[in-house]
Write a protein that binds this ligand. Structure first.
Ligand SMILES: C[S@@+](CC[C@H](N)C(=O)[O-])C[C@H]1O[C@@H](n2cnc3c(N)ncnc32)[C@H](O)[C@@H]1O
Length: 196
């Protein structure tokens, strides 16, 4: 039910331009290797997974992932219910990671980014598509809206991933605004191996 509601709500946005943005984000993901999708939700991104890649799609919500099971592109994707802040994987096994519109809900983005860095090989690519807090007076509106949406369903409109990315040791290689100064595509590289 939760997944069906999400898809119904997102559908106008997908037509408005979100689908185009997703396509652009997933085109930045490496074409092969073992990939990790964070906060996969109802599996809207599955058709964009690189055909040659094996992908583990994760989400904290069993309801959302249950809905993802029926999505096109699910074949060959392993679905795992888990919290991005505590990933149930060994260190260094993923070749890349990607997320779309999940870090606006993850309670502690820095903790999740540290987990992504832990389970990924050194300097592995991370692609993020997020809506961020806009500049100017719209930023104030985003702060006000977040006061309502965060308690209701954990959605932040008042965030930017830059500080948590830097704190978790990621380097932003490329950034592109996909819609105004709200939808941001970030292509990052994870931290190198820590000296032993
Ligand atoms: C706005 S939806 C985006 C879903 C999908 N990525 C998309 O682009 O349509 C945010 C998703 O993040 C998931 N999420 C929130 N907190 C999470 C966490 N701590 N760990 C993993 N997933 C989380 C939610 O369950 C939800 O499915």
């Amino acid at each position: 039910m939760k997944g069906a509601l999400y898809d119904a709500g997102a559908s106008p946005l997908e037509r408005f331009g979100l689908l185009r943005m997703r396509r652009r984000a997933w085109a930045a993901v490496p074409a092969s290797g073992l990939g990790l999708e964070i906060g996969a939700g109802t599996g809207t991104a599955f058709p964009f997974h690189p055909p040659g890649a094996r992908v583990v799609a994760t989400d904290v919500s069993p309801g959302m992932l249950a809905h993802a099971r029926g999505k096109p592109g699910v074949a060959g994707t392993l679905l795992v219910v888990c919290d991005a802040e505590r990933l149930p994987f060994r260190g260094g096994i993923f070749d890349w990671a990607a997320e779309t519109l999940a870090f606006c809900q993850v309670p502690d983005p820095e903790a999740a980014l540290r987990e992504i860095a832990r389970v990924s090989r050194p300097r592995a690519p991370l692609v993020m598509l997020e809506h961020v807090r806009p500049a100017g007076w719209l930023g104030g509106v985003a702060d006000l809206v977040s006061r309502v949406t965060v308690p209701l369903w954990g959605e932040h409109f008042d965030r930017s991933p830059d500080v948590p990315l830097a704190r978790a040791g990621f380097e932003v290689e490329r950034r592109a605004w996909l819609w105004r100064d709200v939808f941001l595509l970030l292509e990052c590289l994870g931290p190198g191996r820590k000296p032993t």
